[in-house]
Design a protein. Structure first.
Length: 435
């Protein structure tokens, strides 16, 4: 985790003290269940809670023990015994390390998902507000980066809103899929621990029992979780790149907010750069970088190996922390985005009416011209305009073959900007409902 791109709310989920607190809760809840089943004394379970419930675990001490044992869970259990005393011998009865590690990881991932869902809500709120603000602000739509036909800036934002709505649904599903608990012991057979212990711990930790585990929780669950984060990161980058393109000097249809005293360049005082959007592109790349190892972690040897462990110790904190930061940054960027409708109109008019070429084409076919002939008539009048040699409407009116099919008034009718925007309300209702 890099402090520059880390918010404390998400970072706290991955701090060692939080991890050891979760480990303790898993062990203590398991002890409660074991006590109810008569496997360990009830007083022992009570003592575990009484002695360690409010304890601050000594991270340095645990690290010291691990340097000798070379085993993190044993190091923790040894330190827990130092806190609890003799009754600690009843802790971890019939359990294996993965029961603690995997259940803890899933607790952390579900908590991280909850924060990310709140972040997505902020992005969606900002997109919705700005979409309605610019619902009917006309701008040029581009395909292949080239002027195509008119759209509205509100539609661009509505498209992003729909995209992040899908992202939210996927994250809810990914959270549900990863929210499982395994307290099944060595190789997952429950030979040394009753399945009812797993059920008790799962309920206490806000999870559900893993239907079948080996010695680990199946990693396809985690692969789906991190893949979902990767898709969300791609959506972040898509809108960031859109903003970067719109802020180019030659376009300048929108730009990032530039605060008082902000500097854009150490060398050129005039610069106002899309640094936030560029930053989001970089952060998105990092989140996606963890998708491949998450997919590869699905492939473990037999009932367990730890080839997934080192990767997960990095990807869990890094992917969630980075995406959390990126989503909050994106919400603020959209909320403060500077929009320039006059420049949008200027760009719309830049090609001298060529954005209406399809309407003219269709009008000609409606009046009897074959599609092939209509296309040739429109294109031969469009190309001079493309080269800056005239106005599309004027050239069409001068073309004798075009005039065989369309009057001047009928040609002019095809240049109505409002025609392209007549279904904006319908699209908005599909995206936002009746609000």
């Amino acid at each position: 985790m890099i402090p520059r791109y880390t918010r404390p709310e998400m970072a706290s989920i991955w701090e060692p003290q939080t991890r050891f607190k979760i480990w303790f809760e898993i062990e203590a809840h398991a002890a409660d269940a074991l006590a109810e089943l008569g496997t360990i004394p009830k007083e022992a379970a009570k003592t575990v809670w009484a002695k360690a419930r409010n304890a601050t675990f000594d991270v340095a001490r645990i690290d010291e023990i691990e340097r000798e044992t070379k085993h993190d869970v044993i190091a923790f259990l040894t330190h827990l015994a130092e806190i609890v005393g003799p009754e600690a011998r009843f802790v971890h009865q019939g359990m294996t390390s993965s029961d603690v590690l995997d259940t803890c990881l899933n607790v952390q991932l579900t908590r991280a998902a909850d924060l990310l869902l709140a972040d997505l809500d902020k992005v969606l709120a900002a997109l919705k507000k700005r979409a309605f603000e610019h619902k009917m602000t006309p701008t040029i739509g581009r395909s292949h980066g080239i002027h195509a036909e008119p759209v509205t800036f509100g539609l661009k934002l509505a498209y992003a809103y729909a995209e992040f709505s899908r992202a939210r649904e996927r994250l809810i599903a990914a959270r549900k899929e990863v929210a499982t608990c395994a307290i099944s012991g060595a190789v997952g057979t429950f030979a040394q621990i009753d399945p009812r212990v797993e059920e008790h711990v799962a309920k206490a930790m806000g999870l559900v029992p893993e239907p079948i585990s080996t010695q680990v929780i199946p990693r396809d669950r985690h692969a789906m979780y991190f893949s979902t984060l990767g898709v969300i990161a791609s959506s972040v980058e898509r809108i960031a790149v859109e903003i970067r393109h719109m802020q180019r000097t030659e376009v300048l249809e929108a730009e990032e907010f530039f605060s008082e005293g902000q500097k854009g360049s150490s060398a050129m005082p005039h610069k106002r750069n899309p640094v936030l959007s560029e930053n989001l592109t970089g952060l998105s790349r990092m989140v996606r970088a963890y998708v491949t190892p998450a997919l590869e972690n699905v492939v473990l040897w037999h009932e367990r190996d730890i080839s997934h462990s080192s990767a997960e110790r990095m990807m869990g904190p890094d992917a969630t922390v980075t995406l959390d930061f990126a989503l909050v940054r994106l919400a603020g960027l959209i909320d403060k985005l500077l929009v320039y409708p006059a420049n949008m109109q200027k760009n719309l008019d830049r090609l001298g009416g060529l954005v209406h070429s399809q309407r003219v084409l269709l009008a000609l076919t409606q009046k009897g011209a074959s599609r092939e002939d209509a296309y040739k008539l429109v294109q031969r009048n469009a190309m001079p305009v493309w080269r800056g040699e005239g106005d599309f409407l004027v050239l069409l009116k001068k073309d004798a073959e075009v005039k065989k099919y369309l009057t001047d008034a009928e040609i002019e009718e095809q240049f109505d900007l409002g025609y392209h925007l007549k279904h904006v309300d319908t699209i908005f209702k599909r995206v936002f409902g009746e609000s």
